[in-house]
Design a protein around this ligand. Structure first.
Ligand SMILES: C[S@@+](CC[C@H](N)C(=O)[O-])C[C@H]1O[C@@H](n2cnc3c(N)ncnc32)[C@H](O)[C@@H]1O
Length: 174
């Protein structure tokens, strides 16, 4: 199934670690997801710094930079499709319907140290979604959280636009 427009967006609020953002950029490249980075960032995005951090897929991703959270929010066409991904929610991410490929879905993730701004979450509790986990850890890793949620959205969207199989020159299975 061909997807005409990119319908999924991952937004990172003030990400600190280049390795996390690099992993997420790779996931975005693999899934045709737009990556939004909300300033300030904990790393530089000039070519030399990216190469040093091993961020191989950076140039294959549609990346949009935003001065702050307010500037990012101003770009969202319909905030009904904005989701705040946070452990503080009591709604599980798989219970939300992301299946509509005619609209753009925006998944917002928090900073590695302090997450999303508390007042913003308190103002928007109905947008908040949790990935279930035990109480043995404080939180999941940011890049793992992004992969978990985006692939649930893609699953609900029948993996539209993605290859379910690929012919490899040296196929190890067929
Ligand atoms: C390392 S966590 C930040 C932890 C931070 N202490 C906090 O208060 O959220 C970075 C981001 O990963 C996502 N995350 C991690 N664990 C999660 C979970 N169990 N459910 C939903 N999101 C999670 C959230 O977007 C979070 O802001």
């Amino acid at each position: 199934m061909e997807r005409k427009n990119l319908t999924n967006h991952i937004a990172l609020f003030e990400p600190l670690m280049p390795s996390n953002t690099g992993n997420i950029a790779r996931t975005c490249a693999a899934t045709d997801t737009v990556l939004h980075l909300i300033y300030p960032l904990g790393f530089r995005t000039d070519d030399k710094s990216l190469k040093r951090a091993g961020l191989d897929y950076w140039h294959d991703v549609n990346i949009v930079y935003h001065d702050d959270l307010k500037a990012f929010l101003a770009t969202i066409p319909d905030d009904k499709y904005l989701y705040l991904i946070t452990k503080f929610s009591d709604e599980t991410y798989t219970d939300r319907d992301f299946s509509d490929t005619a609209v753009d879905h925006y998944f917002l993730f928090g900073k590695e140290t302090t997450g999303l701004p508390e007042d913003f979450m308190r103002d928007n509790p109905e947008k908040c979604l949790r990935i279930p986990m035990t109480d043995k850890v404080r939180a999941l890793n940011l890049s793992n959280s992004a992969a978990i949620v985006i692939f649930e959205a893609l699953r609900q969207q029948q993996f539209a636009g993605l290859e379910r199989e690929h012919i490899y020159e040296h196929d190890k299975l067929k």
